[in-house]
Design a protein around this ligand. Structure first.
Ligand code: PLP
Ligand code: ZN
Length: 426
């Protein structure tokens, strides 16, 4: 691997003990590597987690800051992380969505985990916050990523706050809201003529070239650390439910990293004794125009065949998802499913969530709400059991999706007569 960092030997990232291969279990010292040198399987962080005193750990967490650093004892970050310059994302709202529940016929308790409340308005701030601490530990000076939009903005902002240079890569045809969010922080933003999978391929080449030396790609050579940020969604959801596991969760899928790490987080909470061990079901959500994982799930395949994306849900438009096979495993193991909805259903679901709960989701949130509705209708989600649906981004970034069918009820002269004539006085 060509990427070398200034210091890789004696890094200390809190409870992180090593990197471990997901396929063969071989362990490697903590460093900016992402693939097993024995079998090329993906690496993930292995921990020496605190054990023996769940109540003490709960109290420690509850006394922590109102952001993801309250879970620092369970993350690959230094113990004094909260004192370092970082965007400090997390602890977003878990909204009890009673009106949406009534529309969908859910009686077991429906919650929306609304991650649009993060600093750059998507869940990506969580994963980037962890990657920043790894980049600091490994001595990188430039932060980079391949992005479907939200990640580019999250890296741009976090780099500024933490004092890194940034250069991020996106498909050239993203929504204006995503491009502006990625550019406004002043780092370099490069549009690549191609789709996300082309951008990702380009970044893999750059990483192996002297041109990319000293660069921390948050979702490539820092991916094992980056992925851990998504565990905080699992921790928060359970803590906000009063240290209880939800029965069912609906999670969007692009690369599949978020879904696999939420499952990892839930399993850790059980192992630590922070929640009672009971079954939960994980459901994955995709847009029909980019549904490689749901297609494989429904066909009963273990292998995910790549697709060429064509959907308004651009944040989820990854045709060749790195964690696709692991998502299939999790959905099958937990008794969940992976489903998809078309673009019209995505728009309808964005409006449904806005109309019922006052939450304006980006297209990825339209995908999860749309898939939730479909899975309730076809009987795969049990409406009598508790259900958490993720909204991972802010509707202001994907205005184009709803603008053609959303606007003023009327445009009138500034007179009471005109208002009366418009019939809006009731
Ligand atoms: C808003 C939003 N939700 C969900 C995802 C899915 O993330 P993952 O690649 O971890 O599956 C993305 C990825 O870009 C995203 O931008
Ligand atoms: Zn291996």
């Amino acid at each position: 691997m060509a990427v070398q960092a200034a210091e890789t030997s004696t890094v200390s990232l809190g409870p992180a003990a090593a990197l471990s291969c997901r396929e063969c279990g071989t362990r490697f010292p903590l460093g900016p590597i992402f693939a097993c040198q024995e079998c090329f399987g993906p690496l993930e962080v292995a921990y020496d987690l605190p054990s023996g005193d769940p109540e003490g750990l709960k109290k420690q967490i509850e006394a922590g800051p109102d952001n993801i650093w309250r879970y620092a004892p369970l993350l690959p970050v230094p113990a004094d992380v909260a004192d370092k310059p970082n965007l400090n994302p997390g602890f977003t709202k878990l909204v009890k969505a009673d009106r949406l529940a009534a529309e969908l016929g859910v009686t077991g308790g429906l919650y929306v985990k609304d991650d649009s409340g993060n600093p750059t308005h998507s869940f990506k701030d969580r994963v980037v916050a962890i990657a920043v601490e790894a980049a600091r530990a490994f001595g990188f000076t430039t932060l980079s990523c391949s992005s479907t939009g939200n990640l580019a903005g999250a890296v741009g902002a976090a780099a500024r706050r933490a004092g890194f240079r940034s250069c991020v890569f996106i498909p050239h045809d993203l929504e204006a809201g995503k491009v502006v969010m990625a550019a406004v922080y002043g780092g370099d933003l490069v549009g690549i003529e191609g789709n996300y999978d082309d951008v990702n391929r380009f970044c893999s080449e750059l990483i192996g070239d002297p041109l990319g030396e000293g660069w921390g790609f948050v979702n490539v050579n820092l991916r094992p650390y980056y992925g851990e940020g998504s565990k905080t969604l699992a921790y928060e959801i359970c803590e906000q439910l009063g240290w209880e596991l939800p029965d069912q969760l609906v999670i969007p899928i692009a690369s599949g990293s978020q879904l696999t790490k939420i499952d990892k987080g839930l399993k850790e909470l059980i192992a630590l004794g922070l929640v009672e061990d009971k079954p939960y079901k994980i459901f994955g959500a995709q847009a029909e125009g980019c549904s490689p994982v749901s297609t494989a799930f429904k066909a009963g395949h273990d292998v995910v065949r790549p697709q060429k994306p064509n959907t308004i849900a651009k944040s989820l438009a990854i045709g060749n998802p790195a964690d696709g096979p692991y998502v299939l495993d999790i959905a099958r193991r937990t008794g969940g499913a992976v489903e998809d909805v078309d673009d019209e259903q995505v728009v309808d679901a964005i409006k449904l969530l806005a109309r019922t709960e006052g939450i304006f989701a980006e297209t990825a949130g339209g995908v999860t709400v749309g898939v939730t509705k479909k899975l309730i209708e076809n009987g795969q989600i049990d409406p009598a059991k508790s259900l958490v649906v993720l909204n991972t981004g802010d509707g202001l970034k994907t205005l184009d999706a709803v603008a053609p069918t959303t606007g003023p009820t009327a445009t009138i002269r500034p007179s009471l007569d005109a208002f009366r004539e418009a019939g809006l006085d009731k």
